[in-house]
Design a protein around this ligand. Sequence first.
Ligand code: DAH
Length: 339
Amino acid sequence: MLEKIQKLIEEVNALQAKNAEEVEALRIKYLSKKGEITAVMADFRTVPAEMKKEVGMRINELKNLAQEKINALRDAVQVEQTAGSDLDLTRTPYPVKLGARHPLTIVKNEIVDIFSRMGFTLAEGPEVEDDWHVYSSMNFADDHPARDMQDTFFVEAHPDIILRSHTSSVQARVMERQQPPIRVICPGRVYRNEAVSARAHCFFHQVEGLYVDKNVSFADLKQVLLLFAQEMFGTDTKIRLRPSYFPFTEPSAEMDVSCTICGGKGCSMCKGAGWLEILGCGMVDPAVLEANGIDSTQYTGYAFGMGIERIANLKYQVKDLRLFSENDVRFLDEFKSAN
Ligand code: DAH
């Protein structure tokens, strides 16, 4: 018995392994339930009493040695394998590269945030829409030029199904399922069949606002837009409303803000005018309320719509619209601090 143990000790001392599989095979050979050392331990019963002490000590020695040897071999092959894969675990780590929010997302969040502080809730609608929600329910005449192929992308198989060309369609989506009071802010992507250039794109982003209740007036609209402009561009910002025309509002207006660069003195940004146009707005045309199931003798409302790219341009002076959709990380990285 002692000889057998001595032989195993020598064997174990000489063990070698090239990889993790070989180490595991050795562990099974010596230390598993059916391993050689376990077998020796099982034979311990047969050892005469006077030898038990010595044999017991030798078996323990063998077992510990085998365990240590296998652990050492396992460590050795692990180090070798990591070295083989060019991994240097002692090296200082590279900084983790963090992404940044897209500038349009930053601006959209800011717009939504400002209006939600004034009680507006978020509403969204589909980008693939039907003619009714984009045009007919918004009081566009059948022959209105905006429906023209030059503006609208049609989904070929269905002449009635289009890509929405403005977020005003979400007004209809909200009104058809909800009675006043309605106070929603609706951001989203819109599509127009335009040649892509620095100043135009075939898709861009808008935010629509809609407020319908009893006794809503043009003065309410003006005050909300003034607060918005001052939150967005600074408390010194002034606004002016110029009469305009949209099929879905009556009266309609376009809103300018005092130039975000020169404050109104006139510069290259505002082309000397001192004012920059930022949105369209007006009182919801009673025909639109009626088309969407709202009693226009009881309720009035206002609506407005603005382009997110336009606001982002004013805030960040991005000269080329295409930068917003090209995913050039050098451009996107510039907005890290604005997150
Ligand atoms: N839908 C208009 C556009 O795409 C923007 C707009 C103007 C929305 C006036 C409105 C509004 O809600 O009242 O140019």
